[in-house]
Every structure is written in structure tokens, then in C-alpha cells.
Design a protein around this ligand. Sequence first.
Ligand SMILES: Cc1cc2nc3c(=O)[nH]c(=O)nc-3n(C[C@H](O)[C@H](O)[C@H](O)COP(=O)(O)O)c2cc1C
Length: 167
Amino acid sequence: MSKPIVILGSARGDGNTRKLVERTFKNQEKDLIDLTMFRVNYYTYDYRHMDDDFLFLAEKMLNYEHIVFATPVYWYAMSAQLKTFFDRLTDLVSVKKEMGRMLKGKTMYLISCGSDGELPEGFEIPFQASATYLDMNFGGHLHGWMEQGKVAAEVQDKITSFVQPIQ
Ligand SMILES: Cc1cc2nc3c(=O)[nH]c(=O)nc-3n(C[C@H](O)[C@H](O)[C@H](O)COP(=O)(O)O)c2cc1C
């Protein structure tokens, strides 16, 4: 499927990160998983949470070639909601390896939303390094922020080049 899937990791489904995602894909179709709507438990070494929503979401995600992780900046890092989802990717390289292998060749993108244009050094590293580890490509990063409740004008200028490869 060339339509992208967005995994939204905000603490609220209708917040600023969602606004930035909607603005980014204003002119093209996308599907979206709002993690607040699902039960994704922490990773555990005994894989005791295999009956929560993670595998259902992972199976859905595997239908897409373009996978966009969207996160607010919380305490200089990705949100806990998204980090919990990332930790559970461990299930896909251990007990569900056949699913993990299906990530190979897909492209990961990152959308982040903070209070301003400043991002801590290394913010992208967990995404880029995870993409490499999972044999995925890293397709780009859009960082945005709001001004008077709207996506800042400076960010709007960057959206066109960010979405260009996501077709
Ligand atoms: C718990 C928390 C921590 C935050 N930490 C940062 C931060 O470290 N850097 C930053 O730029 N903004 C920070 N912010 C501001 C949010 O990133 C910003 O308001 C963002 O637009 C919120 O998106 P949301 O509505 O999807 O949650 C923080 C906000 C919260 C609630």
C-alpha cells in the first residue's frame, strides 16, 4: 500500500501533534493509529502481554510501505506512549520474528511536535538507529510547533519536501 500509516504517540488524540499530522497530510490520504485508543503494555522479558493490542497494531502496520511515527516532544524525548510501542517492537525480533522480517525494506518517517523549533541533540537517533536495526530505510523527519494554535508558518514551508517521497 503506498498510502502511509501514521502511528500517533501523543497523550491526547486531538492535540498539537495530531494537528501537525493533519496539516502534513492535508492533500493526501493516510491512515492513522492513535495509540491512546489502544492497550499497549510495557515490554516484559516473559512476553506476558501478548494478548494486548500490540500484535493487532503491528499486523496492521505491516500492510504499509511508509510508516510515520508522530510524537510530541516530552521531556526532550519521544513520548512514553511511543517509546512503549517501540519497546514492544522487541516482540517482532524475538517471539514473532516472521513479522519483524516483514519490516525489511519499508521506510520509517518521523514527525515531532514541540513547543518551539529547538530539538535536543540526538532526538532522531532512536528512530534512525531502529530503522537500521530493523533493515528499514529512514525517510525523513519533520519537526514542527504551533503559533497561536496553528502550525507555525515556518513549519508549513517544510511540509511539502517532507511529504514528497511519501506517495
Ligand atoms: C509532559 C510534557 C513535557 C514536555 N516537554 C517538552 C520538551 O522537552 N521540549 C519541548 O519543546 N516541548 C515540550 N513540551 C511541550 C509539547 O511538546 C508541545 O506542547 C506539543 O505541541 C504537545 O503536543 P500534544 O498536544 O500532541 O501533546 C512538553 C509538554 C508536556 C505535556
